[in-house]
Ligand binder design. Sequence first.
Ligand SMILES: [Zn+2]
Ligand SMILES: [Zn+2]
Length: 227
Amino acid sequence: MSQCLVCHESIAVVSWVSTILIKQENICYRCKRELHLIEGHVCEDCGRMGNFESRCTDCLRWGEHPYWSKYRVKNRSIYQYNEGMKMILNQFKFRGDYELYKAFEAEMRKVFIRDFTKIDLISFIPLSDERLYERGFNQAEVLAQLITSNAVPLLVKKEESKQSKKNRQERISTENPFILLPHIHLQDNHILLIDDIYTTGTTIRHAAQLLLQEGAKQVSSLTLIRS
Ligand SMILES: [Zn+2]
Ligand SMILES: [Zn+2]
């Protein structure tokens, strides 16, 4: 009998056959029902679902931006942001429930294989030292480990800014919160950055900007959630 990683209820196994043929589930159907996978037509840049031709209005704006238009990033996410996901994210991030991340392994791998080819390097969005100390682990790094045991740290977060309290315009114009680690050589690499959530796309673009300036060929991102 296994336990749901989200609610810790037992997951009933239907029969002997199912335990042999089907990969062991680690999230129960009640919790699964609360989560909404991103499926069907998505924005070719940010991976959000919706009724637009190829790019959503946010990405069209990024594309027209005098500065940011040269740092185009393809993002794909697994789940939509909803109440169920909000609850899980809190549990994951703030209560330090490290084990919970395993619940997303299968879906992370599936989307990685389906949507990304020719990736040379997998990295993750860093936390500041202060936040890392508080939390005990970097959720983005933990998510990266679901798809590779060779995720490489490339960036450092300068300091904890109060990003979430700023509006979109302020966030776009703020200085880069990251710096590149020394002795990083990225010549012609396609880098995949992992993070927990894609909201405005500013975080990913700041990271991508540094990597592209350092010689990376392309930067893409895979996030658990598209809000
Ligand atoms: Zn559950
Ligand atoms: Zn978009």
